[in-house]
Ligand binder design. Structure first.
Ligand code: NAP
Length: 286
């Protein structure tokens, strides 16, 4: 058996095409385009590459963006000052602070400083609470992108067993909530899970977000299962790789997302969608 590869690059390209048209309509209606502000602190190459991707995507869909590049030595207070300025700026709809931040800066404090209405990452406690309460909220980009991949591929989680490997606030927990909302029966595995293989073998839908290259092997997957690989890392040859051992899992899974070209492109695309959502919410709140 050989898995159907879910082409996140192609799916995200078609989402972005639709957004381009939508932004033209929004500009005609509201007199300006949505605007995303991205703050990057320091010169971490991976963060810089992610940020470049986000700014490029914004340009592609035709929205405005602002890039605020700050030195790694910036104080927490100064960074909070930049966020306060962007919060107050009527021309900015979405604010994203690229993580991780240097150790002397408290990330929680920074996330909490962004007004929930401009919180395009959906990390603010108010948005997290609203998501779990089933109220209107900004949904974090990676989990939202995973749900869109499933939807676009015609996979309905209703009644299925979904296993998520990883319980982080940015991927594992929110994707568990979204799958629960889609009526899946959800199991979350983590480093204290006694027998990971026993758990993953139950999954109809398996989301792997552990940050451990090649953790999931083919014999841990139920034949025909849908496998979503969230992990991004570099293998021993320096190539991008996911948490799934692609070679063996593609033999047992029914559907599989590749790395690169699976979840990653959808994350950026959902950031664009969240910015449009913030823009519309703000325009309608005025
Ligand atoms: P994280 O905060 O490090 O969390 C990893 C989670 O995986 C933790 O809950 C950890 O359990 C669990 N875990 C680690 N090793 C495990 C193992 N051997 N067995 C079972 N559970 C294990 O990571 P994250 O931020 O969620 O990111 C996960 C991966 O996704 C990373 O590779 C990251 O780069 C990638 N990522 C990709 C995108 C994208 O757009 N494609 C977006 C975000 C993240 P404990 O809680 O017990 O420690």
């Amino acid at each position: 058996m050989s898995a159907v590869i879910i082409d996140g690059k192609q799916i995200s390209a078609s989402f972005k095409e639709k957004m381009r048209e939508r932004i033209v309509e929004l500009e005609a209606k509201y007199g300006r385009k949505p605007c995303l502000a991205v703050i990057i602190v320091g010169e971490d190459p991976a963060s810089q590459s992610y940020v470049r991707g986000k700014i490029k995507a914004a340009a592609f869909v035709g929205m405005d963006s602002r890039l605020i590049e700050l030195p790694a030595t910036i104080s927490e207070e100064e960074l909070l000052g930049h966020i306060a300025d962007l919060n107050a700026d009527g021309g900015v709809d979405g604010i994203l602070v690229q993580l991780p931040l240097p150790r002397h800066i408290n990330s929680d404090k920074v996330i909490e400083a962004i007004v929930p209405m401009k919180d395009v990452d959906g990390f603010h406690p108010m948005n997290v609470a609203n998501l779990w309460l089933g109220l209107e909220s900004m949904v974090p980009c990676t989990p939202k992108g995973i749900m869109k991949l499933l939807e676009t591929t015609g996979i309905n989680p209703d009644g299925k067993i979904a296993v998520i490997v990883g319980r982080s606030n940015i991927v594992g927990k929110p994707v568990a909530k979204l799958l629960l909302d889609a009526n899946a029966t959800v199991i979350i595995a983590h480093t204290h899970t006694a027998d990971l293989k026993k758990i993953t073998l139950q999954a109809d839908i398996l989301v792997v977000a552990a940050g451990k290259i090649g953790l999931l092997k083919g014999d841990m997957v139920k034949p025909g299962a849908v496998v979503i690989d969230v992990g991004i890392g570099r293998n021993s040859e320096g190539k991008l790789a996911g948490d799934v051992d692609f070679q063996s899992v593609s033999q047992s899974a029914g559907y599989l997302t590749p790395v690169p070209g699976g979840v990653g492109p959808m994350t950026i695309t959902m950031l664009m969608e969240n910015t449009i959502e913030c823009f519309i919410n703000r325009m309608n709140a005025v």
